[in-house]
Design a protein. Structure first.
Length: 119
């Protein structure tokens, strides 16, 4: 019977069970596939509580997304509408305006929650 994960030992045991299930050739809509899904949810909740991931720095998020999309810093200037300000923004000398945040969210799909953080 599956139970909430409350300790590190239970967490490690759940990881081992998931590993075992992933190595097996299980089919969808079977008790094993349901067990794998439930264990994954329980592990995710435990990790979110005990090993939270910090939000990325807004500037690092912009640089990462540009790299992911194969865009250059020049293209960032076009996205922002301020070619001369892109270097100030990327160096941290100038803060993002609300219009810039909206544009970055719209074009680069960076969550506004990340872009509005102080840096």
């Amino acid at each position: 019977m599956l139970k909430p994960i409350k300790t590190e030992d239970q967490y490690n045991e759940a990881l081992a069970q998931v590993y075992g299930l992933m190595q097996a050739d299980i089919r969808e809509n079977t008790p094993e596939s349901d067990q794998l899904e439930i264990l994954s949810i329980l592990i995710k909740e435990y990790e979110n509580e005990h090993y939270p991931m910090p939000s990325p720095n807004p500037i690092e998020a912009i640089k990462f997304r540009l790299d992911q999309m194969g865009l250059s810093e020049k293209e960032l200037g076009e996205i922002l509408g301020y070619r001369s300000r892109k270097s100030e923004i990327l160096s941290g000398k100038r803060k993002l305006s609300l219009a810039m945040i909206r544009r970055l969210n719209e074009v680069l799909h960076i969550p506004a929650k990340i872009l509005i953080q102080s840096y």
